[in-house]
Design a binder for this molecule. Structure first.
Ligand code: SAM
Ligand code: SF4
Length: 328
């Protein structure tokens, strides 16, 4: 098993396979002027599979594929199938905007995909368009229907933003009335790619919960999965559940079991750190598996205790990354 210097078990890798996206969610990316990394700077599938094979031997058993929009990357389905064959990989999960998966959903079970996190910030097509700057609401709703039809455990991620989609909190909750989904309300984080952050914490976890409780006073807490980032609740009589993720307040760091690899191979031991080392550079400079393992162990040996400390220790205090380049 892998441990960090705070005694936390590390068994979960979030892998961003691309920084490209077909949407332009306001909280994640600017509308224009994005410098995508050249394809030659991306970890190749061969490199990804080598790293996962090694990490799985070391104790990483859960893999989440994210991005950018992961399904923009050609060949991903075959890569996921190969990851599913790697010894030690116990489960594969996806985070996607749902616009490109309609035809792939029926294959998810055979690909080894255990669950999907689907981003949906509004059920109102106009507000969806305003937030994502694209007119793809219908496609996402169709994917949601198909995910449920194919029995893929699904969580819906909604970033709650002042003046943008607060009115969507209740319609989104209503989705859980008859559907077996979990809707998770996320605090907005500063990773919008432009470095301008205003009123970010106005809709924090407390305000979200209180707003919901006013209308649903009988809501009750349910068990959280180990290492869960969301605090979860149910409304009596509703089939699904909802969760609140204090992603900006960072209340879940004490049980954090994850590391991240960005599309270019930067290993992060915390969402808020500036990156610890670049595994692609090591590989392309001829590193052996022992060298890669040593680099990972050393990174975990000096891991920040939480996201606040990681942010303080960043080389640059100015956060202007896009979540798409980190892997949300
Ligand atoms: N494109 C895919 C998607 O949207 O699901 C995967 C990548 S996206 C970066 C992963 C998750 O990060 C999404 O659920 C998105 O809502 C969330 N996210 C992106 N930027 C964020 C921000 N600034 N604050 C909070 N969550 C954010
Ligand atoms: Fe694209 Fe996901 Fe970022 Fe939206 S949140 S711009 S869908 S990467």
């Amino acid at each position: 098993m892998l441990y960090d210097n705070h005694g936390r078990i590390i068994n979960y890798l979030r892998l961003a396979v691309t920084d490209r996206c077909n949407l332009r969610c306001q909280y994640c990316m600017p509308e224009e002027g994005i410098d995508y990394v050249p394809r030659s700077d991306l970890l190749t599938y061969e490199e990804i599979e080598r790293v996962i094979t090694l990490f799985a031997q070391m104790g990483i058993h859960k893999i989440r594929i994210t991005g950018g929009e992961p399904f923009l990357r050609k060949g991903l389905v075959d890569c996921i199938r190969r990851i599913n064959e790697i010894k030690g990989v116990q489960s594969i999960h996806l985070t996607t905007n749902g616009t490109l998966i309609r035809d792939i959903i029926p294959s998810f079970h055979s690909m080894g995909v255990r669950s999907v996190n689907l981003s949906l910030d509004s059920q109102d097509p106009e507000r969806f368009k305003k937030i994502t700057r694209r007119d793809d609401h219908e496609k996402v709703m169709e994917s949601l229907t198909l995910l449920i039809e194919h029995d893929i455990p699904t969580k819906i991620n909604m970033v709650v933003m002042n003046d943008q989609n607060v009115e969507d909190i209740f319609p989104m909750l209503e989705l859980t009335k008859h559907l077996p989904v979990s809707v998770r309300f996320l605090e907005e984080m500063p990773f919008n790619g432009i470095g301008k952050h205003s009123e970010m914490t106005l809709w924090n976890h407390l305000k979200i919960l209180e707003t919901i409780r006013e209308k649903h006073p009988a809501l009750y807490p349910i068990d959280n999965a180990p290492n869960s980032t969301s605090v979860n609740y149910k409304i009596p009589g509703y089939e699904g559940s909802f969760g609140i993720i204090a992603s900006y307040s960072r209340l879940f760091c004490g049980t954090c079991n994850r590391i991240r690899l960005t599309p270019t191979g930067v290993l992060k031991t915390c969402l808020y750190d500036g990156g610890v080392f670049n595994i692609k550079d090591l590989i392309r400079n001829g590193a052996s598996n022992d060298d890669l393992a040593t680099a990972l162990l050393s990174a975990l040996g000096s891991r920040a205790k939480d996201g606040k400390e990681a942010e303080l220790l960043r080389a640059s205090q100015f956060i202007n990354e896009s979540m798409a380049t980190i892997g949300g």
